[in-house]
Design a binder for this molecule. Sequence first.
Ligand code: ATP
Length: 742
Amino acid sequence: MASPDTRPLAHERPENHYRPEKHDQPENHHQPERPDDHHQLDRADGLGGLDQELASEHRYLSAARAALDHLIQTARMRAATGADIAGDGYTAETLGRMLRGQAKVLTEEPGSPLYFGRLDFGTGPEAGDHGGQRYYIGRRHLADQAGTPLVLDWRAPVSRVFYQASRTDSQGVRVRRRFGWTTRRNRPAELTGFEDEHLTGPDEHLPPTGGQQPGPDVASELSRLVQAEIERPRVGPMRDIVATIQPEQDRLVRAGLDESLCVQGAPGTGKTAVGLHRAAYLLYTYQQRLDRAGVLVLGPNTAFLRYVSGVLPALGEVDIRQSTLEDLLARHPVRGEDSTAAVAVKHDVRMATVLRRALYAHLVEPTEPLTVPDGSFRWRVSTETLRRLVAEIRDEELPYGLGRERLRARTVAMLQRHAETRDTPGAAWVRRMSRCRPVTAFLDAVWPAVRPEDLVASVLGDPAVLARAADGVLSVDEQATIRWRRPVKARSAAWTSADLLLVDEAAGLVERPEGFGHIVVDEAQDLSPMQCRAIARRNEHGSLTVLGDLAQATTPWAARTWAEQLVHLGKPNAPVLPLTTGFRVPAAVLDLANRLLAVLDVDVPRARSLRSDGQLHVERVADLPAATVATVRSALRQPGSVAVIATDRELPRLAEALRSAGIATTAADTAATGRTDAVGRVTVLPAGLAKGLEYDHVVVVEPADIVAAEPRGAHRLYVVLTRAVSRLDILHSRDLPAPLER
Ligand SMILES: Nc1ncnc2c1ncn2[C@@H]1O[C@H](COP(=O)(O)OP(=O)(O)OP(=O)(O)O)[C@@H](O)[C@H]1O
């Protein structure tokens, strides 16, 4: 990349923060500012100089905006003429699509800030090639017409320094500047101030964040703009954290494409954010490799995916597939339902052995020679040779379908050897022999083609097939649990969700599925071994980012250790790296939730919150619906989102009480659409859907019921309590679960 031009580092002042008075009342902050977040400048201390500095920043912004406008116009013009200049229809269409896409991406975020930070390198040896340079860092690369970079992409190598440099290790940076912006609908973001950290100058200490000490890796001198961003009310869907990625997160985001990682992180430590930013980083850095292979992000449910769906497009990445595992495996609609016991057996890793055995039971040892007529000749392959070929190919452990094709090819090669004694058979001869009836009949008898659906239907529908394949693997009772009551053809089977997992396993035995270059797996603690295998076979040659928290494991088959889970995911050597600094949950709430860890029986590091600003309120009440209405009413006096979380059983009567009281609510299935109008501010959410989501104010109703509702109820309660960004109300009429009692 060409090096950005050097600009004079004029007008520097030692002050950490600057915001001119005229911008005192922004409407809607991109990085919210509160008047007391910024040191107001003493006029005698050089306001004139700082005004000049801000004026100079505004001039830079104007230049950047002009460059962006030019880019947009050029892209639009090219999109309009692209079809005419391309040589053929296909190229025209591809080019047109690309250019239209480019124009769209550029114009889609007219209001968003073009950059969020600036680095001024010093001239000492640590600055290396960057000595004396100044770089602006933003979401996208932007250059002027001459090609001079005006804004560097946050993923560019030098941008790493923006996230990693500190006073103890300045990495050559003299000043790191963060910009404050306000955004207003349909208007360009307004630059309202900036904040400087002098990393090599005299010790200018930013006030500590207060409350608990942050983790060792997090800058103990947390920037006020970063603090404000972390504490801002949550409205609408999840946003990117590109301006405020912390050093411990940045190290995970920027790990190389060949590195598989497992991130064990307590609630709100930014696992999801890290996973999404990592996907964007990898696409930028390894574009060619990943353009072909693709990147997949797997999330636990559609509400969660909807909540996070805006993050990657905001980072300019629209070609990343985001899906639930169920949707990824949905070859057929789900029409049936399993008993709890049947689901447990079908998700058990032993089913992989059962299916493999059932599949390979189709192989039959050759018992007679193969004879193939060829004009006036007849070629013959002996029984013994055929047996040897089958045994050799079996040992190669190819997918079953490829094994069949290899047997075809090797058999024809044998025939060819005979034919070569008379003639020189060419490609057409090989093709003809490959498809001739005797060869295909031989394959059908010895190595028959098997469809995955038929295999699963025969295992579940034919007790004799199941008994043979599951002998010594599943108990007789377990076999009875999963057996269909009568045989059903695959075509008319009422597949259950767990059956489709078996069909996918079977398909993976028959053929290699389409793989991805990188897969980000969120909430990975909840995956069953069979689900892990479905991911592993799509990632044989790629790498994984595994994100999760053993303490939040709520499924019956959830992992107890990462070592075990990583084996099923096919990456046994991936390092398990902790994230322990909480960005969501305030300290008071986290302290309460952490008390549950003692009964969860998992070995995880505790989270420490960066936030001391939250509120926790626990109240025993006689009338839960009435208390919920009163609590939500008072919650609505504050900005931000509100969620009422309870068991499935409790929720309808709470929703009804809210409705009767005239409080509009959003149902759980639309909970994550990011509506910010009054109707969408209150969500009623079953405890089972809360995972991965967050709300400013959470009202948890009757925790004891949440614990009692399912075998891993205490884990569920831990998830539910840690959804709160600012305020948590716990309403209960029964005794609280023991760990929560004071
Ligand atoms: N460096 C950061 N700067 C600002 N906000 C951050 C940062 N890291 C995380 N956050 C915010 O903290 C919240 C929690 O992040 P995220 O949902 O990624 O955490 P998580 O570890 O996946 O949580 P959970 O396990 O509870 O689902 C989000 O709102 C996210 O934007």
